[in-house]
Design a protein around this ligand. Sequence first.
Ligand code: ADP
Ligand code: MG
Length: 358
Amino acid sequence: GYHRVLEENRKLYNQVQDLKGNIRVYCRVRPSLGGRSDFKSVVDSIEEGTITINTPAKYGKGSRSFNFNKVFGPSSTQAEVFADTRPLIRSVLDGYNVCIFAYGQTGSGKTHTMTGPKDLTETSQGVNYRALSDLFFIAEQRKDTLQYDVSVQMIEIYNEQNGFNVPDASLVHVASMYDVIDLMKLGHKNRVVGATALNDRSSRSHSCLTVHVQGRDLTSGAVLRGCMHLVDLAGSERVDKSEVAGDRLKEAQHINKSLSALGDVISSLAQKNAHVPYRNSKLTQLLQDSLGGQAKTLMFVHISPELNAVGETLSTLKFAERVATVELGAAQVHKDTTSDVKDLKEQIANLKAALAKK
Ligand code: ADP
Ligand code: MG
């Protein structure tokens, strides 16, 4: 009856609000890896968007809560995590630019979220695989009206230098999920070689999978372009400068530089500054087109449940909380009408019709 209409109206309102705020922060807590039944997590409670951490004496004994758009607990599955990312994938095909980051200290689960575990199965596939699989699925659904062209690029940024995980193939056209899987395997293999040679370099480099989408309207010939960056960031842990030297110190300085440049860009966007300092790091340069007033951004913030990581956990959550309070304004599509707007218009019409019947 009438209440249902009101309820739907509220939902619609929330959706419109959702479209306006184009930066989202989701927190994910990884499970304890030891498998001990008496394991005591630093996480006190999780309620929708709020996570509460028990802080030990060293950090002011008590508890501290943080608010995000969503919090995924240790038993959340890859499918559940992706379900809330899905609307962004549709956006890319509608002509938006999208940026999805994984942030957190080394070992907190960034690669698990973005790629999946080493012994990858279909159910354990991470966001990267699911995003591309969705992309192809939606493109197929739209094939009578739009012709899509998808290409991907795998880039690793290490010490402020770009490297390509896939040799002599910077931008590769992909026609199906099989192409993507082959490419990711190749990229992964090259990264593993790097890892043994350079002492787990993967935790000290940013790894970025970029997807370019072009859609041609079969009737009008109009072309829309969307782009998506899927970024597994370097570990965010602070490195004690007194304990490291040489290469390790250089790496730490580069990581600090790029992660703080990322924070600076986001806060500068939030303050609507005329000048946004994209050029301060390779990472922000690479993401420039997908990180700004016209793009949609999602940050997955990862934390470990162990007590010995609680210092990093608290600083990670504080950083993420700052990002979560940023309001970037409405994202923009590179085309006249988007399916988002169309969907909402349709819903408004339906609700009006339902109200008129009362
Ligand atoms: P990071 O990339 O942040 O360094 P990883 O993704 O490599 O961390 O995760 C560290 C370890 O924890 C890996 O063995 C990984 O498989 C495991 N792990 C991380 N997140 C989860 C999760 N949500 N469920 C199960 N295992 C996880
Ligand atoms: Mg990793």
